[in-house]
Design a protein around this ligand. Structure first.
Ligand code: DC
Length: 225
């Protein structure tokens, strides 16, 4: 069967990465988690002391980004200069800064080049905020995922608790609302549903229902090629 590009965009903590990864595995495609790339840049910036008094020093950030080496392994895991930073990039400190870092033009330019290269050949599932609109505008299948903010906060809170992190439900909800606002309102590549994207509201869907919904859409597009 002919391979296609699949763009999955949507709000924070909708389970996009999990669904995209699972879909890629089910249909033997490559999976690319672009949010993890922005998180790695944010972690590198935090470590380099780029955030001072609650603000980003853009010159320092530029230097940090220029010296950054982001690698992906076959499992789509993202590395910072060869170091496995998976658990650190999912923590609250990175989550609190990442939407500000990802709103900066030169950060997006650097990652856009890497993402376009990864998406150059078909057979890729890529998830993020601007995949259907900017990174892979020619993707044959575009999905825009959403869910109620309360449902997303509960899922994220449970996940953090399972991992042993200390955060209150209110902190998690506030972080999600703040990221929604920043993602929707930033000047460069804001979160937007492409007119040709299919809407998936998974607030009250089980993982199985969601997987079946996605596979059905993939099959429909592939059968039309
Ligand atoms: O999907 P995520 O929550 O791991 O993404 C982390 C942050 O990165 C999110 O707040 C928005 C930003 N992001 C982006 O601006 N563009 C993308 N393509 C992916 C993520």
């Amino acid at each position: 069967m002919k391979k296609i590009s699949i763009a999955i965009d949507g709000f924070s903590s909708c389970g996009k990465s999990t669904m995209a990864k699972e879909l890629a595995r089910a249909i033997s495609y490559i999976y690319v988690d672009t949010g993890a790339m922005y998180r790695v840049v944010t972690l590198a910036a935090l470590r380099a002391g780029v955030m001072v008094d609650g603000e980003i020093d853009e010159e320092k950030l530029r230097e940090c980004v220029n010296n950054l080496n982001i690698n992906l392994d076959a499992d789509a895991k993202v590395y910072l200069n060869g170091e496995d930073v998976e658990s650190e990039i999912r923590g609250l400190e990175v989550s609190n800064w990442v939407s500000k870092v990802s709103a900066i033009g030169f950060v997006r330019e650097k990652l856009l080049d890497i993402q376009r290269e990864l998406g150059a050949s078909k057979g890729v599932v890529m998830d993020g905020r601007d995949i259907g609109s900017v990174v892979l505008p020619d993707a044959e299948l575009k999905i825009f995922v959403t869910a109620d903010a309360d449902v997303r906060a509960k899922r994220r809170y449970d996940e953090l608790l399972r991992k042993g992190a200390t955060a209150t439900y209110q902190e998690v909800l506030d972080n999600i609302k703040m990221r929604d606002y920043n993602d929707l309102n930033r000047k460069v590549s804001p979160l937007v549903q492409s007119p040709d994207a299919l809407l998936l509201d998974n607030s009250y869907m089980s993982i199985e229902e969601q997987n079946a919904w996605l596979l059905d859409k993939v099959n429909k597009v592939c059968n039309q090629l």
